[in-house]
Every structure is written in structure tokens, then in C-alpha cells.
Write a protein that binds this ligand. Structure first.
Ligand SMILES: *Cc1c(COP(=O)(O)O)cnc(C)c1O
Length: 379
């Protein structure tokens, strides 16, 4: 069994058989010539495209999805979420977390909810509460860990056991950790979801998503929905995502190192209140994170001591940390979730504190990043 770094560079990415090109070509074609009707490796690019196949093969192998399993690449993280939605019927029920990507909540509440699918919001760090929320008609436990934006960590293994006692599948949104730091399928999850827009792509230049599963039956259903509904990435997007994937491991190492130092700097800063980072010993699920993840990631949230106005001033004053939505790129970003990424959860159980600042720590030199935060926080 090859290691992560090797799989990321080689799986599905053998030299091109016709030219020997070492980089998977961008197969910019919608259709493929057939020798006789129905004799084809590839038929039509909504159904399959070689550049997308390479990406799917690599993503599946990185999570050990096995011979029966695989990955389905989608046009965005939300398109992956939407594909999961096609598995549900009116009357079905989902358990969702009380801290999650705002778009996930919006899709479940405003799209699936409108179609007669019920949901219950639960603090998934409380396993008894998750078990109590399960109903006979619960088909899906939707988890995210670490969560966006409060960096809570939930126990994937325990959630898999709880979901398994009912008739529910466990999905883990693994966007923050990536398969490099956390392997949901090996911990018992049925499916991992990614916004590959974030760390997997890693360069803030492409939008994409993916679902990875070891369950052959689920994979067949997802592939059917991928082709039937059509939310596929184009070959250029698949190429950019693959290009990013090759350096995921070394980027993630640096994201983790930088974030840990910045989290400790923030804890000691007089203008900063609570700091949320799973790598801090003071984090409520630090031990779980240390067991479940091989690193603590590049995302940090913190509260300002002086309230929301100060949060807005701080994010306007940073120079290296660009004030922007999204995360997981090589460049550092800062935002105020309540006013930006999490506007759509205002007034719900997922509402976030107004003075919360979220950092996506990039891979610049950490001393420069700390100096930038220091000047923004002082004065
Ligand atoms: C960004 C994000 C998504 C949605 O992905 P898109 O690529 O923006 O559609 C889903 N989950 C998490 C945790 C995210 O950060």
C-alpha cells in the first residue's frame, strides 16, 4: 500500500498512453468516436471524461475506498451536497449539526425542507443527543468535523455506530481536514464529502466538489445521479484540482504548523477573547482531535474582547490576510462569518457570534502573518 503523498501524485495519473505525457491531459471534448454503436470506453463527457476519471481515481484511492468503492467529482461542494439530496424522499429525516457550512444548512432547510424532508439540528459533540434525535425514518446523519466556523470536533467512529443502530448513513464533510489529516471512511463513515474548492484545489482558482465512498451500491446511485442530473466539473476544473492535489500533503503540513503558532499568539494577545483551534490543549475536544486527526488543520476562529465593531475593524486592517470568503488556499484569508459566509444561518440554531473572526491560515512565512495580525489587533 503506497503512502498518501505518493498516491496523490500517481493514482489515476499514469503517463498518457498515446503521447507519454506525464501530466494527465485536459480532455476538452464533449464526445468520443465509437468503432461501432455502443463500443466505447468513453461515450459522452457528462457521463465520463478521462481528466475527471483521473481525479476521481486519485480521490478514491486517497481514502482507501477499495475496489468496490470510488469517488464522484462534482461542479462544486454544493453540487456534491445536492447529489446526496437525491437519495432522500419526502418523509425521510436527516440529523444535521448545530455548526456547519452555511450553504449546507441553506440547502437542507430551504431546498430539501421544501420537498418534505425533515431535519433535526443537534450539537453532535453530545452523542446522547444525536442518538435521541434518530427516528425510524432517519436516513442520514450529516456531520462536519472540524466544524465551520467554530472548529468543534465530533467523534466519527461513535457517530458511525449510532447511525448504524438505525437505518441511517453517516456522511462526513471532510473539507476542513481533508483525507490527509482525517480518514472518515476508515473510521466508519459511509461517505466523505469535499468542497475541493478549498484545501484539495488549494490555490483559490477553481470551484469543485466530491463524494467518496467504499459502498459499491451507494457509488452506483451517486454515479447515476451525477449523470442523470449533470452537475459535473469540466475537464479544465478537474485538471486544476488534480494539480492542487499533488501538493496537498506538503501544503497541509505548513497550514498546520502556521496555524498552531498563530493560535498560540492569539491566545496571548490582550485584544483577543476565546480562540477556537483543535490543536490547543484548552480546546474541549482536543484529545478527540489528536486521536482522530493526524494534524489540526489551518482554520482558526477567535472572538474579539471588544465586540463586533472591533471584529470588523480588525478584518479591514489586515494586509496579508485578505478579507474574503472561502478558505484553504495558499494565501491567508480573514472574514467575519456572521456578516459573510454564515449570513444565511442568522436567526437559526446555527447562528454564530457576531464578534467571531475566522482565519484561513495560508502558507506564507508565519512571522509575517503574525506581524500582520498584531498590527491589525493593536490600536
Ligand atoms: C465551501 C464549503 C462547502 C461548499 O462547497 P462549494 O465548493 O463552495 O460549493 C461545503 N462544506 C464546507 C465545509 C465548505 O467549507
Amino acid at each position: 500500500m503506497k503512502r498518501f503523498e505518493t498516491i496523490a501524485i500517481h493514482a489515476g495519473q499514469e503517463p498518457d498512453p498515446t503521447t507519454g505525457a506525464v501530466v494527465t491531459p485536459i480532455y476538452a471534448t464533449s464526445t468520443y468516436a465509437q468503432e461501432a454503436p455502443g463500443t466505447f470506453a468513453y461515450e459522452y463527457s457528462r457521463t465520463d471524461n478521462p481528466t475527471r476519471t483521473a481525479l476521481q481515481t486519485a480521490l478514491a484511492e486517497l481514502e482507501g475506498a477499495g475496489a468496490g468503492g470510488g469517488a464522484v467529482a462534482t461542479a462544486s461542494g454544493m453540487a456534491a451536497t445536492a447529489l446526496m439530496g437525491y437519495l432522500l424522499k419526502p418523509g425521510d429525516h436527516i440529523v444535521i449539526p448545530n455548526d456547519a457550512y452555511g450553504g449546507t444548512y441553506r440547502f437542507i432547510a430551504r431546498v430539501l425542507g421544501e420537498q418534505g424532508i425533515a431535519w433535526t439540528v443537534v450539537d453532535q459533540t453530545d452523542l446522547e443527543a444525536v442518538a435521541a434525535a434518530l427516528r425510524p425514518e432517519t436516513r442520514l446523519v450529516w456531520a462536519e468535523t472540524p466544524t465551520n466556523p467554530l472548529l468543534r470536533v465530533v467523534d466519527i467512529e461513535a457517530l458511525a455506530v449510532i447511525a448504524g443502530t438505525g437505518n441511517a448513513r453517516l456522511l462526513v464533510d471532510n473539507t476542513f481536514a481533508t483525507a490527509y489529516l482525517q480518514q472518515p471512511l476508515s473510521l466508519g463513515a459511509d461517505v466523505s464529502l469535499y468542497s475541493t474548492t478549498k484545501y484539495v484545489g488549494g490555490h483559490s482558482d477553481v470551484v469543485g466538489g466530491a463524494l467518496v465512498t467504499a459502498d459499491g451500491e451507494l457509488l452506483e446511485q451517486l454515479r447515476f445521479f451525477q449523470n442523470a442530473a449533470g452537475p459535473v466539473p469540466g475537464p479544465f476544473d478537474a485538471y486544476l484540482t488534480l494539480r492542487g492535489l499533488k501538493t496537498l500533503a506538503i501544503r497541509m503540513d505548513r497550514h498546520c504548523e502556521n496555524a498552531e503558532q498563530i493560535a498560540r499568539f492569539l491566545v496571548d494577545h490582550p485584544a483577543v477573547g476565546d480562540v477556537y483551534y483543535p490543536g490547543l490543549e484548552s480546546h474541549p475536544q482536543h484529545e478527540l482531535a489528536a486521536r482522530q486527526m493526524s494534524g489540526f488543520g489551518g482554520m482558526i476562529s477567535f472572538r474579539t474582547r471588544a465586540g463586533p465593531d472591533v471584529a470588523e475593524k480588525v478584518v479591514a486592517k489586515t494586509e496579508l490576510f485578505f478579507l474574503a470568503e472561502s478558505l484553504g488556499g495558499v494565501e491567508s484569508l480573514v472574514e467575519v462569518p456572521a456578516l459573510m459566509t454564515h449570513m444565511s444561518v442568522a436567526g437559526t440554531d446555527l447562528e454564530v457570534p457576531p464578534d467571531l473572526v475566522r482565519l484561513s491560515v495560508g502558507i506564507e512565512h508565519v512571522d509575517d502573518l503574525i506581524a500582520d495580525l498584531d498590527q491589525a489587533l493593536s490600536g
